[in-house]
Every structure is written in structure tokens, then in C-alpha cells.
Design a protein around this ligand. Structure first.
Ligand SMILES: NC(=O)c1ccc[n+]([C@@H]2O[C@H](COP(=O)([O-])OP(=O)(O)OC[C@H]3O[C@@H](n4cnc5c(N)ncnc54)[C@H](O)[C@@H]3O)[C@@H](O)[C@H]2O)c1
Length: 398
């Protein structure tokens, strides 16, 4: 038997989720949908053959057939929705960001844990096939010690009015898109490594809004690794989703949307949907083969529902959502103060007191190896550092 889902929300992400839930593991079914307006709930119910729809959130959460609640609501409604699930003692999975800030996210995390209910954080970009393969390579040390993990999400801006309202959204591009980037980098660097401090630039360069439409941030981790996020709500040319990871033994680049190896030219006679936030359907285009799969939704729901069935924790939990919110809170502070701001984590479950590993390579008893290079004129040059004096010398390998 599959899972029976109450869907809260019938908008943009709810449809991606529903397509994945009902399309991939055919045994899972949405049994109730809540939406603010009756006609949206009814339309969603019709499109996905759901027998029950309602404009009461409590009614959907408490639907007797529903065993898991999926939150697909605007950010300011996540906490109330989670608390309704806590009251009903129903398993809950929530879209990102978990909260508008860490205080909200921590309250949600503590409430679900105290109630002993299953909780999953729907961070789809930590489930893309490319990401999962990259993470597996990193875990098996293919890249050595991870030094720097960058993730970028930029697009021309979100599709509903509430995103642009600071009170409802809780932030601008940094919260909306940076939450993905931060959790991606955290996975690459190690979720058990404490994020220590953040330096961030954020600005409103284009849109008439109080929130930021651009931001770049650096997240320093206790082991010396650095996470970097780059976000924009005014990027032109579609949706740019990219990760770059650098380690002592290797490098990894992932391109999730543009330039994925699928390029198409058209004069524009077709009205066909191409990909999320594609800005054009003429000229050279970058379609996505299967968004549900390539953006991670299928692997994500499979992990969530398999974990419920195994009474196990999924890869991404509310606790992860709370750590992400805490990092972004520090980023917002830094954007204002213009200095490194500490990441405040009243609850931390990872390692403590990790120090930076040394990766000095011994050349011999006297020297460390700085660099070895074969030149275009056929010699092998060595750059060495004297261990005692610290002097850098150059030698030609015989
Ligand atoms: N890749 C992703 O993980 C991803 C992508 C997009 C959105 N999201 C997240 O999903 C959530 C919903 O975003 P969306 O893009 O589906 O938004 P949307 O505006 O398309 O849909 C929001 C839904 O919430 C319902 N709703 C109930 N009360 C509301 C209220 N007071 N104001 C506005 N809507 C109300 C609306 O009826 C609608 O069904 C957000 O938290 C967003 O950050 C995640």
C-alpha cells in the first residue's frame, strides 16, 4: 500500500509535487487538497482525480484517509500548517524554505520532534540525479578534502505576488533561492561540519521591492571549507542552476538547467512549455528532458515515503531546514553590518571543535612539495619549501 497525502496548496509547486507523487510511485495518492479559493482547490482536485477538496486547512490535515501532509503554501503559512500537523499527529513534509527565519524553523523542528511525527524537508535540488552521484563521489573521497563548494540559482523572478511581499515571503532572492544553494553546499562540505560565520553582499538592483533581488554570500565552515551562494531574481535567459566543488584531489561541475547537453533551435512556431522559468521559446533553447526527475522531485518523494515506511529519517529533515535558515539569518545580518556574522545555532547536532586538516605533502626530510610541473620545453620543475627555514626554492627534476 502506498502513502495517502493531504496536499496543502494548489499552486506552482503543489503541481510539480502532485505530478511526481502520483506519477512516479503509482501507489501513492493525494486524497485531499486544501487551497485558499474553492475554484483552485476544485480545479486541482479534478486535474489530479482527488476525491476531496476544501478551503479549510484543518479539514485537509485531519482527513481520515491522509497519513502524510505535504506543505506547498507561501512561506508565512508553513509554521501554522506544521502546527496543525503536530496537533493531528500526522507525518509532515514541507517545501523550502522551512521558515522565514531560524526562530520559526526551530519552533517547527522542536514541535514535530516533541510530537514524534515524521518530518521531511523537501529540498529537491539535493535529490537531483547529478547531485546524488556527485555526493556519492565526494563521500568516496574522489575529490579529497572539500575546500570550496559553490552553488548558484538565478532566474528572472518568482511567479506569484506573495514572493515579492517581504512580510509573507520573509526575504527576497536570498531566502527564496539561497536556501537551495546553502543546503547543496552544506551537503558537499559535510552536514556534520558546523557553519561558523557568513559574509554577504545583498542589494536591490532592479525591482521596486524592499527585499534584495541579488545576493552573494560566503559561509565559513569549522573545518576551513567555504560555501558560496549566488542568487538573482533578475537574471535574464532562463533559470541558471549550477554547482562547482573544489577539493584537494578533484573538481566537480554540475549544470542542472542551461547547457545540460540538450540544445534545440526553433523559429518559434510552437507554444510548447519548455522548462521552468525559460524566458523564450525561440532561437537556441535549453529544454529539460524530464523536470520531475532532473530537478530531483522523484528521488525526493521516494526517499520521503520509503523513510516513512521504514520508520527512518529521510536525507533531508526539518533540522536541516532550520540550519539553512540560521545560515541565511546570519547572511541577512552581514549584508547590513558588512562584516562576518556568526551563525547562531542554539541546537547543533554535528561535530564540535573540528580543526583545519593539513594537506602539506612531504617531498623529502628537508622539503614540502609546493608544486611539480612538466614544462613545454620538456623539463620537470619542482617548487619546494624548506621545512625549517620556510624558504621557497625551485629545482629541476633530473
Ligand atoms: N523547487 C522548490 O522547492 C520550490 C519551487 C517553487 C516554490 N517553492 C515553495 O513552495 C511554496 C509555495 O510556492 P508556490 O510557488 O507553489 O506558490 P503559488 O503562489 O503558486 O501557490 C501557493 C498556494 O498556496 C495557497 N494559499 C493559501 N493561502 C494563501 C495565502 N494567504 N496567500 C497566498 N497563497 C495562499 C494558494 O491558494 C496556492 O495554492 C513556497 O514556500 C515556495 O518557497 C518551492
Amino acid at each position: 500500500m502506498g502513502r495517502k497525502v493531504a496536499m496543502l496548496g494548489s499552486g506552482f509547486i503543489a503541481r510539480f509535487y502532485a505530478d511526481s507523487i502520483q506519477g512516479y510511485r503509482a501507489k501513492d495518492k493525494i486524497v485531499s487538497v486544501y487551497s485558499r479559493r474553492e475554484e483552485s482547490a476544485a480545479k486541482f482536485a479534478k486535474d489530479y482525480q482527488i476525491t476531496h477538496y476544501t478551503t479549510s486547512m484543518d479539514e485537509a490535515v485531519n482527513h481520515p484517509d491522509a497519513d502524510v501532509v505535504c506543505i506547498s503554501l507561501p512561506n508565512n503559512l508553513h509554521e501554522a500548517a506544521v502546527m496543525a500537523c503536530v496537533k493531528a499527529k500526522k507525518a509532515v513534509i514541507s517545501t523550502k524554505p522551512l521558515g522565514r527565519n531560524a526562530a520559526e524553523a526551530l519552533r517547527m523542528t522542536q514541535a514535530v520532534e516533541e510530537a514524534g511525527i515524521f518530518n521531511g524537508y523537501l529540498e529537491d535540488l539535493c535529490y537531483t540525479p547529478k547531485f546524488l552521484k556527485a555526493l556519492q563521489s565526494i563521500k568516496s573521497h574522489a575529490l579529497g578534502r572539500i575546500l570550496w563548494a559553490k552553488s548558484r540559482e538565478t532566474h528572472p523572478g518568482p511567479h506569484s505576488e506573495w514572493f515579492w511581499d517581504l512580510e509573507q515571503a520573509g526575504g527576497g532572492a536570498m531566502l527564496d533561492l539561497g536556501c537551495h544553494c546553502v543546503e547543496i553546499a552544506r551537503n558537499y562540505i559535510g552536514k556534520d561540519i558546523r557553519p561558523v560565520e557568513v559574509m554577504c553582499w545583498a542589494d536591490t538592483q532592479v525591482k521596486p521591492i524592499p527585499a534584495e533581488d541579488h545576493a552573494i554570500g560566503l559561509v565559513k565552515y569549522e573545518n576551513g571549507a567555504i560555501g558560496q551562494f549566488e542568487v538573482s531574481w533578475t537574471f535574464r535567459g532562463g533559470m541558471d542552476l549550477r554547482d562547482e566543488v573544489m577539493g584537494t584531489e578533484g573538481t566537480l561541475w554540475i549544470n542542472n538547467s542551461l547547457r545540460t547537453g540538450f540544445e534545440m533551435f526553433t523559429t518559434g512556431k510552437s507554444e510548447e512549455y519548455l522548462a521552468e522559468k525559460a524566458e523564450s521559446n525561440t532561437g537556441w533553447l535549453f529544454p529539460i528532458g524530464d523536470e520531475l526527475h532532473e530537478f530531483g522531485y522523484n528521488h525526493m518523494f521516494a526517499d520521503m515515503f520509503d523513510s516513512i515506511e521504514r520508520h527512518a529519517k529521510p536525507r533531508e529533515t526539518f533540522y536541516d531546514g532550520y540550519v539553512v535558515n540560521a545560515i541565511l539569518d546570519a547572511a541577512y545580518k552581514s549584508a547590513k553590518s558588512k562584516v562576518w556574522e556568526p551563525v547562531i545555532l542554539p541546537v547543533w547536532r554535528g561535530k564540535e571543535g573540528v580543526t583545519k586538516e593539513s594537506s602539506f605533502v612531504d617531498y623529502d626530510d628537508q622539503y614540502y612539495l609546493v608544486k611539480e610541473e612538466v614544462t613545454h620545453y620538456g623539463t620537470t620543475k619542482l617548487i619546494l619549501k624548506d621545512k625549517k627555514t620556510g624558504k621557497i626554492v625551485e629545482k629541476v627534476k633530473e
